[in-house]
Design a protein around this ligand. Structure first.
Ligand SMILES: [Cu+2]
Length: 68
């Protein structure tokens, strides 16, 4: 099953460390197949099926970042 990609803005990401932390937090969530992060636009694009937006936001929060 495929759903629309989930796109979130995480303004505080500034470097590869941030990218790795967010990726590591979001990747294990149910339904997540890929996590793409663009540091220039501060966008996190999560692809997969049946992804729980609240769980993604919580995982990003746990990694130490706020979702705009
Ligand atoms: Cu960083």
């Amino acid at each position: 099953m495929t759903t629309e990609p989930l796109t979130l803005t995480v303004p505080d990401m500034t470097c590869d460390h941030c990218v790795q932390a967010v990726t590591a937090g979001v990747s294990p969530l149910p339904g997540v197949e890929s996590v793409e992060i663009d540091l220039d636009t501060k966008l996190v694009v999560v692809r997969g099926g049946d992804i729980d937006r609240a769980a993604v936001v919580a995982a990003i929060d746990d990694a130490g970042f706020d979702v705009a």
